[in-house]
Design a protein around this ligand. Structure first.
Ligand code: ZN
Length: 281
């Protein structure tokens, strides 16, 4: 059973999980009230997208695609018009906003399918916080003392960034799909988010990761932000991302063990305990 609290999906087992990838659509309670339509990718008449979809269904049999009416997905004015949910149930649902045009729908769906490919074919899963062990008061105390941070953003961004360094080239090389939508959104959202001064520590770490991704996929970060105004948390995560994720690319897709070790070492270097996190599926 799953309970949605704001943009956090809490699954009632020992895990506490972020439940979506970027191009994230932050689903509020209201967003869930919107009409959702099953979507047949055949109408996009893209042979490469259908090939990618069928490749994915050899790893996960049922993948549903839904069009979300009117959803723009704002988080501090960021735009996230596509997302994948349902990973914990092994029933992924790709959701795209209805305002995307045909070409953007192909890119957005291909992007989400490539995330799924990295998860299910290559074993590069998503990370969440482990909820404290029942009866372990120290564990419970530590967990609740750190609850205020935007963990969904930080942990979601870790998997996203590691994936994006691989999947954009992968889509281009294997399927001839240029993911211009992701590059556009990365630039837009980076400029907006990096100038948001109200962010907690975890969010600033997340932004450091975005900056690292920006530099790898677009170019120098001073094109998008004022580098003199960023916090020490931002720079700490930015430099640690270079250290731990610098080798990720489509020619070097890490083994699951290497991928997990890189993420846990990154979190450990930021001052967290590696045993407080769990991977899924
Ligand atoms: Zn993504």
């Amino acid at each position: 059973m799953e309970v949605y609290q704001k943009n956090v999906c809490v699954k009632k087992d020992e895990r506490f999980l972020p439940e979506r990838f970027c191009l994230k659509l932050i689903l509020t309670k209201d967003t869930f009230m919107l009409v959702r339509n099953g979507f047949d990718i055949a109408c996009l008449e893209s042979g490469v997208l259908q090939r990618l979809f069928h490749e994915m269904t050899s790893y996960v049999q049922v993948i549903r695609i839904e069009v979300m009416a009117g959803a723009r997905g704002h988080r501090s004015c960021e735009e996230h018009p596509a997302a994948t949910i349902g990973l914990t149930l092994q029933k992924p649902v790709i959701q795209i906003a209805d305002w995307l045009n045909e070409g953007q729908r192909i890119e957005a769906i291909a992007h989400e399918l490539a995330h799924l490919l990295l998860v299910y074919r290559y074993g590069l899963g998503v990370i969440g916080r482990r909820i404290p062990r029942y009866g372990d008061s120290e564990d419970v105390f530590r967990f609740f003392m750190t609850m205020r941070g935007d963990w969904v953003y930080l942990l979601g961004q870790i998997s996203n960034t590691a994936h994006h360094l691989i999947l954009l080239d992968y889509l281009k090389q294997e399927y001839g799909i240029e993911d211009n939508l992701h590059i556009y959104l990365l630039h837009q959202n980076f400029c907006v988010a990096a100038n948001d001064k109200s962010r907690d520590k975890e969010s600033q770490y997340g932004m450091g990761l975005v900056a690292f991704e920006y530099e790898r996929l677009i170019g120098k970060i001073d094109r998008g932000i004022n580098v003199d105004h960023q916090s020490e948390f931002f720079w700490e995560a930015y430099h640690l991302a270079q250290k731990h994720f610098g080798k990720c690319n489509s020619r070097f897709i890490p083994a699951p063990r290497v991928y997990k070790e890189g993420i846990l070492s990154f979190l450990e270097d930021l001052g967290y305990r590696r045993q407080d996190f769990v991977f899924f599926p």
